[in-house]
Design a protein around this ligand. Sequence first.
Ligand code: DX5
Ligand code: ZN
Length: 212
Amino acid sequence: MLVAPSMLASDFAHLADELKKITEGGADYVHLDVMDGLFVPNLSFGAPVIGAMRPHTNLPFDVHLMIQHPKRYIADFAAAGADIISFHVECEDDPEETIQEILAHGVKPAMVLKPNTPAEKLFPYLDKLYMVLLMTVEPGFGGQSFMPEPLQKARVLKDKNPSILIEADGGINASTILDCARAGVDICVAGTGVFKAKDPAEAIRQLQAAGR
Ligand code: DX5
Ligand code: ZN
C-alpha cells in the first residue's frame, strides 16, 4: 500500500518540518487538501501555500481540490508543483474540459467521488484518468470516522479500467487500512493517522505494510 499523508492534519506553523518528518519517514506522496468554503463548509489553503511547501520535499504532490470551480485554478496549482490534481465529479465545471486543462499543464488528472456518488458517474472519463479518489468520509474535515461502503467502487472502476490507480481518503488508520487493502486500494491518504501518531514514521510503515 502506498501512503499519502494529508498535510491538513500537520502543524501549519511548521510546514517545512512536517514535510521533512514524512519524507524521512518514507511516505510515498504528499496529499494536499484545498477547500474553498463553498464546495465544502471549510477553508484550508491554496496554491501559494503549496508552492511554498514545494522546495521542502521531493515527494510527488497529490492535490485534492474540494472546490466549486476547479478549472480556472489548474494553471496555479500546476505552477505550484502539483504532480496529480484531483477534482470532484460533483463540482460545477465540465469534467472533460477540466481534465484537458490538467493534461495541458503536464499534470496527471484524477477525479473524486463523495461517499454516496456512484462509480458510474466516472465511466465517461475513466480512460483519461490516472487515478480515482474514493472518499471514505464526507469531504471537508479531517478526523472523521471511516465508512467502508464506498470502497466497493474500487472493483467496479478497475473492471472498467484495470490500469487506473485507486486512492482512498478519510478516517484511515492502522485498523481501517485493512478494509482498503482488501478492496484493492493502491494509495491511502491519512491525516490524523500519521500526524497525530506518537511516531509518524512508524504509522507510515504500518499503513504501507497493510495488504503486502
Ligand atoms: C477530508 C480530506 C482528507 C482529510 C483526511 O475532506 O479530503 O484528506 O485530510 O483526514 P483524516 O485522515 O484525519 O480523516
Ligand atoms: Zn483529501
